[in-house]
Design a protein around this ligand. Structure first.
Ligand code: XMP
Ligand code: MG
Length: 180
């Protein structure tokens, strides 16, 4: 599996350091606010586990699986809920944890959805941000790394379901795409 990777972009050590720094900021910003930390499945699972262990104040965790319709023929601002939250966000300070923000369609829709359910505030923490590819305005509050416009895998991110378990973020070799 490691042989399919052209280059390692961010090592486990670099990700750990980023999680520590973001966790410190999140702790300060959410002290006394009992945030509901929402993991967007499946990609954010590994980063979620890192981030919440760096949050040194009371918080609750929940999980949601959504898919963006992701094309221009369907009206924007819509997100398909595959697994919904277990708890209500009404009046809650919400922190969404994502793996990557690309076009921003998924997150823009999700933020709208949670605000429509009367969350008190909605903030975003993402491991990776690809700002060059943005179609929808989404400004994450906490960003691990800004990534170049390459398809990346590992640390939760997949190509056709594989590579999520790699303990780093890397760029796939082109021949892996070409052989499909
Ligand atoms: P949007 O475009 O709505 O979508 O911001 C974000 C989702 O798109 C997927 N995505 C990627 N997945 N490597 C991946 O493994 C990438 O480089 C990549 N870029 C976008 C991902 O599912 C993310 O949640
Ligand atoms: Mg995702």
């Amino acid at each position: 599996m490691n042989n399919d990777i052209k280059a390692v972009l961010y090592s486990k050590e670099q990700i750990d350091e980023v999680a520590r720094n973001l966790g410190e900021r999140i702790t300060k910003d959410f002290e006394g606010k009992n945030p509901l930390v929402i993991c967007v499945l499946k990609g954010a699972v590994l980063f979620m586990a890192d981030i919440v262990r760096q949050i040194d104040t009371y918080c609750e965790l929940d999980f949601m699986d959504v898919s963006s319709y992701g094309n221009n023929t369907v009206s924007s601002g819509e997100v398909k809920i595959i697994k919904d939250l277990d708890v209500s966000v009404k009046g809650r300070n919400v922190l969404i944890v994502e793996d990557i923000i690309d076009t921003g369609r998924t997150l823009a829709s999700l933020v709208e959805l949670l605000k429509g359910r009367d969350a008190a505030s909605v903030k975003i923490c993402t491991l990776l941000d690809k700002p060059d590819r943005r179609v929808k305005t989404v400004k994450p509050d906490y960003v691990g790394f800004e990534v170049p416009n390459e398809f990346v895998v590992g640390y939760g991110l997949d190509f056709q379901g594989h590579y999520r378990n790699l303990p780093y973020v890397g760029i796939l070799k082109p021949e892996i795409y070409e052989n499909i």
